[in-house]
Design a protein around this ligand. Structure first.
Ligand code: P6P
Length: 324
């Protein structure tokens, strides 16, 4: 089944509005364009720095800038889109006055991996536009309000993963450059023996995180009584995809390097869309204190601590943080 057919089926079976499927198809088209640039790499003179910075204070790669522009051009031309917000744009971008939806995205997550040919991805989140004038507050809705979310992983395969809140669907780009359904309603195993964290920050973590990771490293000899494996790709899209496919725990915790920041990852266009996918696959996602989808946003680019994946492991780690 191709993406278009799947979305038609969602319209029929779950009354998903055709305007929402139009937005999802537009996003998929933009990502096909991004995919072409990613796959060319050096041959497309698209690697390396753009020698510009973004609102996050991060150096932009050429591909960051290109992916962002492709998504803006595509989505501002989609009548159902009223506005959009990007990791690469300080403020929101107006689209179509009568549009019903707001689209928030990280155009190319994992930029540090672009020049070394490691998987990167596009993450998107879709909200309904509230009635009235479009302004920044229109976007500041909790993750629970998302009507859809997903990502495209530019890895060994190009894979689109999305939810319209009736389970998760995974599509692999086929030989005809069409997204073909390859997995429907994946379920994240409740338990896991695999975790993902950037260990180089260990000395900066809060005590409960240090204690938790020490337990995992102790393996069979410690409190958990089993050995754990570790992964760290430095592309959230790749980590979340692995967890949707085989389970695991991913965390980017708050650390003492910058106590003013609750974490590195951004709530609106990284944590929220990924948390919706994970919950739709029967996993869990918290900021160590509450469900990420229940956080009331206060800014487009606000950051958040993230713990997500296999429900039993997320609950165990979150419980450890309840006494600080
Ligand atoms: P670090 C990529 O820049 C990103 O936003 C996520 O995709 C990834 O999980 C994290 O940052 C990697 O951060 O500090 O390990 O480079």
């Amino acid at each position: 089944m191709l993406l278009n057919d799947y979305l038609q089926q969602q319209q029929q079976d779950h009354s998903v509005p055709s305007s929402l499927t139009d937005v999802l198809l537009s996003i998929s088209q933009a990502c096909l364009h991004i995919n072409q640039a990613v796959r060319l790499g050096a041959l497309g003179n698209i690697l390396g720095s753009a020698h510009t910075g973004n609102v996050q204070g991060e150096e932009q790669k050429k591909l960051d800038v290109l992916a962002n522009q492709i998504l803006i051009n595509t989505l501002t031309s989609q009548p159902a889109v009223a506005g959009l917000a990007s990791e690469e744009e300080e403020s929101f971008v107006r689209a179509n006055q009568h549009g019903e939806y707001l689209v928030l995205f990280d155009p190319l997550d994992g930029s540090s991996n672009i020049d070394v040919n490691i998987s990167i991805g596009t993450i998107f989140s879709i909200l309904r536009k509230p009635a009235g004038e479009l302004n920044t507050e229109s976007f500041l809705q909790s993750g629970r309000q998302q009507v859809a979310s997903g990502y495209v992983l530019y890895g060994p395969q190009t894979i689109l993963v999305l939810t319209v809140k009736h389970g998760v669907a995974m599509f692999t780009l086929n030989q005809d450059n069409k997204f073909q359904l390859t997995q429907d309603k994946p379920i994240i195993p409740v338990q896991t023996a695999e975790f993902a964290i950037n260990m180089s920050n260990q000395r900066h973590w809060q005590a409960p995180m240090q204690e938790y990771i020490a337990e995992l490293l102790a393996g069979k000899t410690g409190k958990r009584g089993k050995d754990f494996n570790m992964r760290w790709v430095a592309s959230m899209v790749a980590e979340v995809h692995r967890i949707l496919v085989r389970g695991g725990l991913f965390t980017y915790p708050q650390d003492q390097r910058d106590p003013s920041k609750p974490g590195k990852l951004r709530l609106m266009y990284e944590a929220n869309p990924m948390s919706l996918l994970v919950e739709q696959a029967q996993g869990a996602a918290t900021n160590t204190q509450q469900n990420i989808l229940d956080i009331q946003p206060t800014g487009l680019h606000q950051r958040v601590a993230v713990v997500l994946g296999s429900k039993e492991e997320v609950d165990y780690l979150t419980a450890k943080h309840q006494h600080i």
